[in-house]
Design a protein. Structure first.
Length: 320
């Protein structure tokens, strides 16, 4: 049972949680199998994203009384302060497949991390809106009198800080992991060992950077300049695309290779699965603007991945 009684909608269909969790587990192991074939560094990076996701979600739930998860099959911790293991799996596969895409373009390090973060956010914008209404996770707006309707609070019930956090998490982990991986050793055995522990160090450094960003720095910005989550999110939504565009202008791979199936399977599932639930759950009729933005986000996702996956293939076919 969900820890909150004041939920915007009733209990979702019984198939919702098992189906969502099963699909996430299947996607995780398909992606892990691909990473395994690519080598230690790939497996370590993906599992690092999985571990980082679990850690940050656990810290978030324990430290935030207003943010809780619904009860899935595999849970970590003790209710109500426990988290679904499949959430960590989701973080791992999104972070990893985003990196495969940016690596295939040969982007400079900072631009690649920025592109990774934007790819992740494109998934989260619609997913969180629908998952919130399915009670998969919950922000309690009861103690926020400035938001009398939890379904219209900030981004249709999802705090702006959540999206800011998504961008920071992926950007930090991608940046620090790539930076540490640039350390090279002459001894191949030492190099493999270093690649195996790099994600762990990346998690620790990223967690520190995330804590500084979300707490001391956020408090200082709010007290000194009245800058809150919305303004910080807008700043990143300007900065990260600029860095990405700059990176594509400086990219070292002009004719990118064909990408593996996991790089379209993972985003396709997230986009389409939650878009379908938008209508199955009856949420589409709730707010015309919310449905409009969910449709726009889906179309943007289709365009982005067409450009990433199909356009290079078509150009190669024309060139041949």
């Amino acid at each position: 049972m969900f820890p909150y009684a004041n939920m915007p909608y009733g209990i979702p269909p019984a198939i919702c949680y098992p189906l969502s969790e099963s699909c996430m587990i299947i996607l995780f192991f398909l992606t892990l199998l691909y990473a395994w074939k690519r080598g230690t560094g790939h497996v370590a990076y993906m599992l690092g994203g999985f571990g980082f996701g679990l850690l940050l979600e656990y810290v978030n739930v324990v430290s935030n009384a207003g943010y809780k998860y619904g009860q899935f099959w595999l849970m970590l911790g003790h209710a109500p302060d426990n988290i679904p293991v499949c959430i960590g799996m989701g973080w791992g596969i999104i972070i990893y497949t985003s990196r495969i895409i940016s690596d295939s373009r040969g982007l400079p390090l900072i631009a690649a991390a920025a592109f990774d973060a934007l790819l992740a956010l494109s998934i989260d914008l619609s997913m969180d809106v629908v998952a919130y209404r399915l009670h998969m996770w919950h922000w309690d707006w009861a103690n926020r009198p400035e938001f009398p309707d939890p379904l219209t609070a900030q981004w249709f019930g999802v705090p702006y800080g959540n999206f800011f956090g998504w961008l920071c998490v992926v950007f930090f982990y991608s940046t620090f992991a790539r930076t540490l991986e640039k350390v090279r050793f002459r001894n191949n055995i030492v190099l493999k060992g270093w690649l195996a522990i790099t994600p762990l160090l990346s998690i620790l450094i990223s967690q520190v950077a995330l804590w500084i960003t979300l707490f001391p720095m956020a408090t200082w910005l709010n007290e000194q300049f009245h800058i809150r989550s919305k303004e910080k999110l807008i700043f990143l939504l300007i900065l990260l695309p600029v860095l990405t565009i700059w990176g594509f202008r400086k990219r070292s791979i002009l004719h990118p290779p064909a990408l593996p199936y996991v790089t379209w399977l993972v985003p396709a599932w997230f986009h389409l699965y939650f878009f379908v639930w938008l209508f199955i759950g009856g949420f589409a009729a709730e707010n015309a603007w919310m449905t409009f933005f969910c449709v726009i986000n889906l179309l943007i996702g289709i365009v982005i991945h067409w450009w990433i996956h199909l356009r290079p293939v078509r150009q190669a076919a024309i060139g041949s």
